[in-house]
Design a protein around this ligand. Structure first.
Ligand SMILES: Nc1nc2c(c(=O)[nH]1)N[C@@H](CN(C=O)c1ccc(C(=O)N[C@@H](CCC(=O)O)C(=O)O)cc1)CN2
Length: 294
């Protein structure tokens, strides 16, 4: 058996087509969504993710506004940039690219954002609304990677309700909010959120119908950990140097042999990453559509 590929590129392309229509409908009403990005420092990965976000916006017709601060920026500089983004009329939603360079308090910065402009769903108010289970088509934004994972599973008709989900990793952008999302009414999964102090990770994963690996440990998840037919989502990504060529290869958290046991497998790259990007656009569009609600 070979797992069915959960193709993030094809699915994200479809989502972006649907969003393009919604952006056109907003434009006809005189509403132009605008995504702001705040990047601090010159980490090459973060630079490339931010550049991708601006390309995605152009593709669906969303305006985008870029604020880049040097690595030498002080926390006062970052706070001032956040205040400007909160005030900017053309910015209908924005993100702070994470991680911030060492020395900045990420939680404190996220808390300074206007929650109505939080395009990442990471402001405490929006995470709190996720905890409270406040729902509805135009409800507050969901963190992009968790939303992308659920959307990918939905579009491939992978059953979620009543299933055992094991999430590996409890980080702010993926594991922690994903556990909350999967246990929401309507999704109704049973979630085990594992982390570095989990005693027997392999045993936890063996019970899972859906496995999400988001730790950045190359090939951590082995084929003999996987229940036959399970859905496996590979989120963590690490650049590993090929000793022969000296070139970096992007390597996921899931061993390639898992494909021979799983029922569904998201590749990495080209799986969850493109869905993360598409969900950011969806959050921006939804925020503008919310303005039309009485
Ligand atoms: N403010 C945020 N910061 C970060 C988030 C986030 O959702 N909000 N998530 C990640 C980075 N990220 C978006 O910001 C992101 C990561 C990966 C991809 C992606 O499409 N990856 C490609 C491969 C990319 C490559 O070639 O290096 C793939 O999976 O195919 C998109 C977005 C941390 N920070």
């Amino acid at each position: 058996m070979t797992a069915l590929t959960l193709d993030g590129v094809a699915t994200a392309t479809q989502v972006k087509l649907e969003l393009t229509e919604r952006v056109r409908a907003l434009a006809a009403l005189g509403i132009v969504p605008g995504l702001g990005t705040l990047l601090v420092g010159d980490d090459p990965g973060s630079r490339s993710y931010v550049a991708g976000k601006h390309r995605d916006c152009a593709e669906v017709g969303i305006e985008s506004i870029r604020v880049d601060l040097p690595g030498s920026a002080t926390s006062a500089d970052v706070r001032a940039a956040i205040a400007d983004l909160n005030a900017a009329r053309e910015v209908t939603g924005y993100i702070i690219q994470l991680p911030l360079p060492v020395g900045h308090n990420e939680n404190a910065m996220l808390e300074l954002m206007d929650p109505a402009k939080d395009a990442d769903g990471l402001h405490p108010t929006n995470l709190g609304r996720l905890v409270l289970g406040i729902e509805g088509e135009l409800s507050s934004p969901l963190p992009c990677t968790p939303a992308g994972i659920v959307e990918l599973l939905r579009r491939y008709d992978v059953p979620i309700a009543g299933k055992n989900v094991v999430v590996i990793g409890r980080g702010l952008t993926v594991g922690r909010p994903l556990g909350l999302l999967f246990t929401r009414k309507g999704l109704d999964a049973t979630v085990t959120l594992t982390h570095s102090r989990t005693v027997d990770l392999a045993a936890e994963v063996r019970r899972a119908d859906i496995v999400v690996a988001a730790v950045g440990v190359p090939h951590l998840v082995q084929a003999d950990w996987i229940k036959p037919g399970a859905a496996v989502l590979d989120v963590g990504i690490t650049r590993v140097e090929n000793p022969e060529t000296g070139k970096g290869i992007l390597t996921g958290d899931v061993h390639p042999d898992v494909a021979s046991v799983a029922g569904y497998l998201s590749p990495n790259p080209r799986g969850v990453g493109p869905m993360t990007r598409a969900m950011l656009l969806a959050n921006v569009v939804k925020a503008s559509e919310r303005l039309l609600k009485p």
